[in-house]
Write a protein that binds this ligand. Structure first.
Ligand SMILES: NC(=O)c1ccc[n+]([C@@H]2O[C@H](COP(=O)([O-])OP(=O)(O)OC[C@H]3O[C@@H](n4cnc5c(N)ncnc54)[C@H](OP(=O)(O)O)[C@@H]3O)[C@@H](O)[C@H]2O)c1
Length: 253
């Protein structure tokens, strides 16, 4: 496969870091965007100095995100894919305790941040017939106590992706639920669950982690990379799971 150029947000740790590593390992050029540069991300830069570009900034700073993206587009042969993975778990509190500014902050990071990025990416993605993958969550389908602010952002992402799929025939848009993944975010939800969830919900989440149901990031990362590189147009506008049949077919194909 010809090497592609992919812009990934939240590449410093967790699932984003694993997506960056997977794409680099397959010979693609990757630009990572996050606030911090972890030792793991720096180690990837040392291993792939020519094909990894690290850019830094806050997702809520539209000037920073679009400047990073425009730099990638200007210095590469355009853009083939963008993976909007970076997100905040937001305030892990019961809704009654969430303040308006906390709610605004998590919507700014998880929803509003994607708008300037897709607007800046669209001309290039239309030209390449590229793909825009946005990380969603099972929380977009089913809420859990203490995660209402976050769950609302992911439901919003699904609808934005669905409508973009209808409006933009030359680009493939997909919202992906990666399942439960062993990262800082799932650890934060587990840690807060004792205080925010009903005992039975807390026990279910604890049991899922204890049973090893939280996947290593490399597992969903492989499926998400495959979707970003070669998802067919028919999937555009859809919300799918990284462990579902659509991604499996691409991984096996
Ligand atoms: N883990 C799960 O079980 C799970 C389940 C369903 C969906 N997801 C989704 O999968 C995606 C990745 O989650 P994860 O578990 O890997 O999360 P994570 O471990 O918390 O990592 C989040 C990433 O996003 C970046 N980020 C967060 N806020 C940012 C901001 N304001 N500006 C710039 N970068 C920011 C972080 O980088 P810096 O801190 O360096 O900026 C980090 O690289 C998210 O969209 C999440 O909603 C995860």
């Amino acid at each position: 496969m010809t090497a592609q150029t992919i812009f990934v947000t939240g590449g410093s740790r967790g699932l984003g870091l694993a997506i960056v590593e997977t794409l680099l390992g397959q010979g693609h050029s990757v630009a990572s965007f996050s606030r911090s540069v972890t030792s793991e991300l720096q180690a990837l830069k040392d291993k792939y100095p020519e094909t990894l570009l690290i850019t830094q900034g806050d997702l809520t700073d539209a000037d920073a995100t679009t400047a990073a993206l425009e730099r990638v587009i200007a210095t590469s042969n355009g853009l083939d894919s963008m993976i909007l993975n970076g997100a905040s778990p937001g305030p892990l509190k019961r809704m009654v305790d969430v303040t308006p500014s906390e709610l605004a902050e998590v919507y700014a990071a998880n929803v509003l941040s994607i708008l300037p990025l897709y607007r800046a990416a669209l001309p290039s993605l239309r030209k390449s017939g590229g793909r825009l993958i946005v990380l969603s969550s099972g929380a977009s389908e089913q809420g859990f106590e203490g995660t209402g602010a976050y769950a609302g952002t992911k439901a919003a992402v699904n609808r934005i992706v669905e409508v973009l799929g209808l409006e933009e025939p030359d680009v493939t848009f997909i919202a992906v639920n990666p399942g439960l993944v062993k990262t800082d975010m799932s650890a934060a939800v587990l840690a807060s669950s004792a205080h925010t969830m009903k005992p039975e919900t807390h026990e279910r989440i604890k049991a899922a982690h204890a049973a090893g149901m939280a996947q290593p990031p490399a597992v969903p990362a492989a499926a998400i990379a495959a979707l970003a590189l070669r998802a067919p147009k028919e999937l555009s506008g859809r919300y799918i799971a990284s462990f579902g049949p659509e991604a499996k077919a691409l991984l096996e194909g």
